[in-house]
Design a protein around this ligand. Sequence first.
Ligand code: HEM
Length: 413
Amino acid sequence: MSDAPLPGVFQLTPLNPEFSDDPHALLDRLRDACPVHRDTQAGTFILTRHGDVRGVLSDTTMWRSPERAEEAALIQRALVEQRIEGMRMSEEEIRSGILLMDEPDHMRIREPFAKALYKRVARSKATVQQVVDEWLAPLMDRPRFDAMADFALRVPIDVIARILGVDESRLSEFRDWSEGAILGLNPFRSEQETARFVDCANKMSVYMGELMARRKAEPKDDLVSDMMRLQAEGAPLNNGEISNNLQGLLIGGNLTTTDLIGNAIWLLLKHPSELARLRADPALINSAVEEVLRYESPVDITGRIAPRDMDVGGCPIKQRQSLFMSLRGANRDPQAFPDPHRFDIARKDAPHVAFGGGLHLCIGAPLARLEAQVALTSFFARFPNVRLAEPDAKPQWRKMPFFRGLEALNVLA
Ligand code: HEM
């Protein structure tokens, strides 16, 4: 076994080329050597065993709000600070995103949102199919294209914009703002990126406020109208909470679903026998999407804060200490998945944690699954001979910490 120092949070991001090239060399080593590892610099524990990760995620007493973390938990604390500086929206709006909130407010806000979103997602298959078809149509005449820029990046933002009810005339601005707003999830971003993030977040918030006012006055068949109606009917939600979390749906679901679609196309093209199985039996699409989520998870980690002194995986944790769960590491734990580094689209009983778990389980999971299933089925049906344009080239993974997706994916139709 290597006697190099164990990696910390920073080394477990694509800013470290070693991690970018092969995250599992580092994650396997960490799991074998110290499955509950203290990164003293970042001030957090990093968990890599599936059992420990699932245990913490499903413990409903754990805290999520970074404000409750000890001072030493630098990355958690950075999430608090970056929510405030330069933002023009109200304090109430800034602080009301469910992703970083604790009970009872978290469920007070999450429940009505989840109910309204799930209802819309359950009847959005035709919308998703329409968006996918619209983006595939112009590719039919092109012998070569970038499946990221020309397809995977396009579908999720258009789907969520239609579900929310964003005006078509504002769609391109909306795309631009959401790409900028995602930079807010990168604690290692440059000053220039911070300026873009703040500018886009401010513009998105102004637009969302206007849209909410318009839908309140004149409801339409969309999620913004649903939320304004719920508020009018007495749901305990203020405008800042509605605005922040409508934007959260967009930011949380955009890059992640893009990466799920991109990673899936890349993996299937890299594993021709798995693609042949899928072509022979299209009903495998659901388990294929789950396997992509497990094998090349779009999100690296999620966090929690210890609400009391406790024991995790045999390691003592003190109240207010931070825990980072490596979803990527847990999803390749040999204790949970036989032959974990094999990509098998028909894998059974594979309880991956790509969507986190417990009270904060990703609210967009049903939509992400639907989008990926429709996008991949249509993509491979339209392009029966699609292949990688540069099959031997090293994949270029994006440098955004905590997310794994490709910069580009050039294919020959
Ligand atoms: C493949 C796509 C996606 C992945 C891998 C993903 C992953 C995650 C993860 C890991 C969490 C944190 C869960 C935890 O801490 O236990 C989360 C939370 C969340 N996601 Fe997703 N997500 C995806 C798509 C979406 C979509 C499409 C939406 C919106 C429509 C969305 C909205 C959210 C929101 C609002 C939360 C916060 C939930 C809460 O804290 O209660 N995500 N997601």
